[in-house]
Write a new protein. Structure first.
Length: 538
């Protein structure tokens, strides 16, 4: 587990929302990243003709800085990748479903998206827009700190609004110049001037979907923001609390015994690893849990312990959404007949998580390498996403707070996972979190969007109650993470029992026969459909 790919996945979980692969150890925040449902699907399924036009286009009239102060000069433009799938749009003014890209490369929509099902039923055009600075959408020549100043959610929302305006202007009679703002030029078979838009996004793109309706209310008729952690949180130990809750939730295969074994095992592992100098050289450490290299500092210890924590994070975040081990699988192995809890953990790691390297990454320098890379390569997302986390959202997944089984992993604290990472990767001196004007009680994104108090219209917010990210979303009063929030009458909260991250975004029975849709998922899909129907009828 010491390859560069594993370090990429680790940095992806630390702070995304939201990676491009639904792996067992890919999370959202911390240093591991986001979740792009359509990319997960397109990587597993051969793209066929039935998916329509899956060739990428580039919108050449995107603007680098929507908020430039020098309005007298011509704005600098760049090329933003998008997809245009019109097989269901057979008449003028058909609905348009916008799939919002996030912190990774964007792919075309596939039939395993619930959005696809709705588009087929409604005769909707589907367009997908890649987020600036990710995939192949480069507004600057590199990812230097100077360039990254143009990477904000505010700029991304303005990109969406401008792109919507462009697509809405098109018709079969559009001029060659207008059609050629896309490369290659678009071929448009229907007039879209009066089309109603509905936007869809999950995780960080779920935030963007929600905020798009908030900041540009006329751009879309309604929006579905799934698993959207709209509340910023710098020291995000609530993530660990949900992971712990999932490990003992019987509905998905957890148990009190499983939770107890994990708590005792990680405590024993921490004691064994930290008992020697250099750390990690204790001969009693099981082979599947041995560090890949010497643990010389607390930063190296963080690289090691966050990897151990990350196995559980990925399992819970993407439970029953791939061939990866489920909570039930992991808890069955942990609670089997083992001599000690540490032996149980070692057996579980060996069975489900260990690579052929048979060791656990333990180098802070290796972990940081991806954060220091300033050149674009078309796929990596570490430097970009952690930049956004440092400046807007936090989302650093820590273990030093709350009630959960991972409190013994003391190196997973905000001084390392957040402060040191932001300072060393971007040269931010005296970093204390994504503050607004130096006020530690107010996050930048809270000032911009209101956190859980979303004062918008026609917004649907689905969440699984076993998704670690739902603890920062808008949830029902029955949730332990409920906080009073001011939302409008046309905002719909959909809580899905027993499900994980972005589960509602998949089409019905997308994972059958291994995982059949539960009654909660069927109900959630019906509620989302009701919302979309209403948005298109208004």
């Amino acid at each position: 587990m010491k390859s560069e790919e594993n370090n990429l996945m680790k940095l992806t979980i630390i702070t995304t929302l939201l990676g491009a692969v639904a792996s067992s150890n890919v999370r959202l925040g911390g240093v591991k990243g986001g979740h792009h449902v359509e990319n997960v699907l397109s990587s597993q399924d051969k793209i066929e003709d039935k998916f329509g036009n899956t060739d990428p286009y580039f919108y050449q009239d995107a603007i680098v800085d929507h908020f430039a102060h020098n309005v007298a000069s011509e704005p600098a433009n760049w090329k933003q990748r998008f997809y245009y799938q019109d097989q269901f749009c057979v008449k003028d003014d058909c609905p348009i479903f916008l799939y919002i890209g996030g912190e990774g490369p964007q792919g075309a929509a596939s039939e395993k998206l619930f959005m696809w099902e709705l588009a087929k039923e409604k005769g909707a055009l589907m367009v997908s827009l890649e987020h600036r600075f990710y995939g192949e959408s480069y507004p600057t020549v590199d990812m230097s700190v100077e360039s990254l100043t143009y990477l904000t959610s505010e700029q991304a929302l303005a990109d969406l609004a401008r792109f919507i305006e462009y697509i809405s202007s098109l018709s079969p009679s559009s001029s060659t110049a207008e059609l050629s703002k896309s490369s290659p030029p678009l071929s448009v078979s229907a007039s879209l001037a009066n089309s109603k838009w509905v936007s869809f996004g999950g995780s960080y793109p779920g935030n963007l979907a929600t905020w798009l309706k908030l900041k540009y209310p006329a751009s879309v008729a309604g929006t579905v923001g799934s698993s959207a952690p709209v509340q910023a949180d710098y020291d995000y130990y609530k993530y660990a609390e949900v992971v712990g809750a999932a490990l003992k939730y019987e509905l998905i295969g957890g148990s009190e015994k499983c939770y107890d074994v994990v708590e005792k095992a990680v405590a024993s592992l921490h004691d064994s690893v930290s008992s020697t100098k250099p750390m990690g050289t204790d001969s009693s450490i099981p082979s599947s849990l041995k560090p890949c290299g010497p643990i010389k500092t607390e930063f190296d210890l963080y690289a090691y312990e966050s990897e151990v924590f990350g196995n559980f994070q990925g399992t819970v975040q993407y439970n029953q959404q791939s061939s990866a081990p489920t909570v039930s699988d992991v808890c069955s192995e942990l609670t089997a007949d083992h001599a000690t809890p540490l032996d149980a953990l070692a057996s579980t790691v060996e069975k489900y998580y260990a690579s052929s390297d048979a060791c656990v990454p333990s180098s802070w320098d290796d972990l940081m390498a991806g954060l220091l890379e300033v050149e674009f390569d078309g796929s990596s997302a570490m430097r970009q996403w952690i930049w956004q986390s440092c400046n807007e959202f936090g989302y650093f997944q820590t273990t030093q707070g709350g009630v959960h089984p991972f409190t013994s992993l003391t190196s997973c604290n905000i001084n390392i996972a957040g402060k040191a990472m932001c300072e060393q990767a971007y040269g931010i001196k005296g970093y204390e979190g994504p503050q607004m004007s130096g006020d530690k009680t107010r996050y930048a994104s809270t000032e911009m969007y209101g956190a859980r108090s979303i004062q918008g219209a026609n917004i649907t917010m689905p969440n699984g109650n076993m998704d670690p990210w739902h603890s920062l979303s808008v949830v029902n009063e029955t949730s332990q993470f409920y906080e009073p929030a001011e939302i409008t009458a046309s905002e719909t909260v959909v809580e899905i029992d027993g499900t994980a991250h972005c589960r509602d975004m998949y089409a019905p029975n997308a994972f059958s026969p291994q995982f059949n849709d539960t009654g909660s998922i069927v109900w959630a899909h019906s509620k989302i459909k009701e919302s979309v129907d209403a948005y298109l009828e208004d």
